[in-house]
Design a protein around this ligand. Structure first.
Ligand code: BTN
Length: 266
């Protein structure tokens, strides 16, 4: 049965009762925007508070990793968060993994759907992509001015409306559950896990969070192909290091890869 909540647009009622320390203290809801990441950047540039969240029911210019489009029709969950961590730029490399872990936990907690993560920051259900994270950073030299964490989750948006190439690798949570789902509950749980993980990150619990991430990871132990701008690496993914980089054994060489497109081979 399709619940009524599933059909309602998200608004401030959706997160009633949410109690977080940083993330979600201010949440701006929109019907349609170009990209929530762009809106969050404007907020950050005009001095907006750390933890401000922008949520939209639909995006017309959603952006994915590697400059790709993120198709964002109604029914999905699209949000961006402004962060201002007082750390050097290099220390940010684990944030996308820590947030994909937050998404994975929020989905499992809310809908009891089993999820896994794929390096560097995809969330999978049945081996297909259900969510992704886009991290954009601004600052001078090593100093971080702001970080935008953008998250897109296929919830009730039908995957058969996605373009052909993306469709075969994607799944929506409603497909996995067999009915449309309440996005408000997912948003509340997601913001709560994101806040918890952000506090953990700031207080030095990054290594534990990466361990949890590794436990849910489908990439580790697999043969992978990683396509980089000027090279393609094929080998066995052995694990990640403390920066979130993946270690791949190619022949006799051990290669450390910081971030790129990773294809799981059978
Ligand atoms: C990926 O390619 O896996 C990352 C996708 C991130 C998409 C989200 S949707 C909300 C936010 N706004 C954007 O334009 N992109 C991110």
């Amino acid at each position: 049965m399709v619940s009524e909540e599933a059909r309602l647009p998200l608004d401030s009622k959706s997160i009633k009762g949410l109690r977080t320390g940083i993330i979600g203290n201010i949440v701006n809801f929109h019907g349609v925007v170009g990209s929530t990441n762009e809106l969050a950047k404007e907020i950050a540039l005009s001095g907006g508070e750390e933890g401000t969240v922008v949520v939209s029911n639909k995006q017309t210019k959603g952006v994915g990793r590697s400059g790709l489009k993120w198709e964002s029709s109604e029914g999905g969950l699209y949000l961006s968060v402004v962060l201002r961590p007082n750390v050097g730029r290099e220390e940010l490399s684990t944030l996308p993994l820590i947030y994909s872990l937050a998404i994975s936990k929020a989905i499992s907690t809310t809908y009891l759907i089993e999820t896994s993560v794929k390096w560097p920051n995809d969330v999978l259900v049945d081996g297909k992509k259900v969510a992704g994270v886009l991290t954009q950073t601004s600052g001078k030299g090593d100093k971080v001015d702001y970080v935008i964490i953008g998250i897109g989750i296929n919830v009730n948006n039908p995957v058969n409306k996605l373009s052909h190439d993306i469709r075969r690798k994607s799944i929506s949570l409603s497909e996995a559950a067999g009915s449309d789902l309440d996005r408000g509950e997912l948003l509340r749980n997601l913001l709560a896990f994101m806040d918890l993980h952000y506090h953990g990150f700031l207080q030095g619990a990054g290594p534990q969070l990466l361990e949890e991430w590794s436990d849910r990871c489908e990439t580790i132990g697999r043969n992978v192909r990683i396509e980089m701008i000027d090279d393609t690496i094929r080998g066995s993914a052995l694990g990640i290091d403390e920066t979130g980089a993946i270690m791949v054994k190619q022949g006799l060489d051990m290669i450390r890869i910081t971030s790129d497109d990773c294809v799981h081979l059978r």
